[in-house]
Write a protein that binds this ligand. Sequence first.
Ligand SMILES: NC(=O)c1ccc[n+]([C@@H]2O[C@H](COP(=O)([O-])OP(=O)(O)OC[C@H]3O[C@@H](n4cnc5c(N)ncnc54)[C@H](O)[C@@H]3O)[C@@H](O)[C@H]2O)c1
Length: 401
Amino acid sequence: MKVAIIGQGYVGLTISAFAAEHFEVVGFDSNQRTVEQLNQGVSHIEGVKSSLLAKWIKAGRYRATSQGSDIGDCEIVVIAVPTPLTLDRKPDLSFIESACKTIGQNLSTPVLVINESTSFPGTLRSFIKPTIEKHSSSALEHRYAISPERVDPGRIDFNQKNTPRLYAGLTPDASVKTREFYSKFCDNLVEVSSPEVAEAAKLFENTFRQVNIALVNEFAQIAHSLGISVYETLDAANTKPYGFMKFTPSAGVGGHCIPVDPTYLAAVAEEHGAPATFIRRANEVNLEMSEYIVRRVTEDNGGNLQGKSVLVVGVAYKPNVADVRETAAELVIQHLRSQGAVVSWHDDVVGSWKGESSAPLQGAEITVVVTKHDSVDEKKILASAPYVFDTTGKVKGANGL
Ligand SMILES: NC(=O)c1ccc[n+]([C@@H]2O[C@H](COP(=O)([O-])OP(=O)(O)OC[C@H]3O[C@@H](n4cnc5c(N)ncnc54)[C@H](O)[C@@H]3O)[C@@H](O)[C@H]2O)c1
């Protein structure tokens, strides 16, 4: 069976690598450079080894393309394209729309279309299906299903195989086909009663994380004002064996999911006349953390950062990945610069970002740790400046939250 995966990023390439063991996979991506790299057996995603990609290419199980016609004879099409926010922070379905156009224009026989991109309840039924139909030349009866992706890039204990996967078809036969597809490479499949439940569950999972992160970030500020250690207090609370889940404070939330998905939920809630006050406030608290951190650093340094050399350690949104989307480091750097600080950053996992390159981990007046990759030595961080402020809780001996 031939499977097309639309979008070869974190989600799409990961699925491709697992699916290629059982199916012939065509990885469709609109980015020509990504396609060329992939066809040379070079993976741009941490969790997918280039050697595995090369193995599937050699075996004729995988190839990347940006030609729509190459997906024409596939029986299953998986959508894994970005679902970001627009500049005014509203759901942006333009990438899904473009993927639907590719599907509609290039498939001439009925297929199973599965959406893995994260979006609000109703996207499969009221947006994806009609958009594909609009672009199809003939009235094809495709099957439609949703299976929201839960992959956590960089994580090794949970992967495609052992992370339970939610799914639901628009029709019972779509559900059956979807189960057959994923059961080849996923151990635990959980069917829910409608695509809307699966879509909402994915948004709620990430909203749960967003509000708990906001809560602990607010608590970090409370603990500091009370003169107690936030980390010791959280460890103490965490000795309770039930009813408590430990989250740790940070410079904010980043990545494609936690800062974005709750806004999809809030937008659809408000469209239906339901308040999303808590979700909106949580987002604000997390965004304001960068300002709080810079305020603390300023206070500790004579109330003035003008002309001071500040090194930000870690600009990726989380440890051990090169992903900088929505990274809290961006806001921290912005606030530091607005205080007149001369800011450089060190992150050899990211390498270059926004036209700047990773600076050496040394020689600063102030170091602010935003993300700590495992490969970065704690002692070197402490030696990089006479004053070090750590937002991660991982650098013992530094100032911090
Ligand atoms: N990255 C994660 O950790 C993660 C986890 C769970 C869910 N998701 C969701 O999965 C979806 C994909 O996220 P991602 O992280 O893989 O994004 P990504 O940016 O890593 O990859 C998306 C890929 O799609 C390509 N693309 C964009 N528009 C296209 C089009 N019209 N046709 C073909 N290719 C196109 C891009 O070139 C890119 O290579 C999003 O909805 C995201 O919210 C992501």
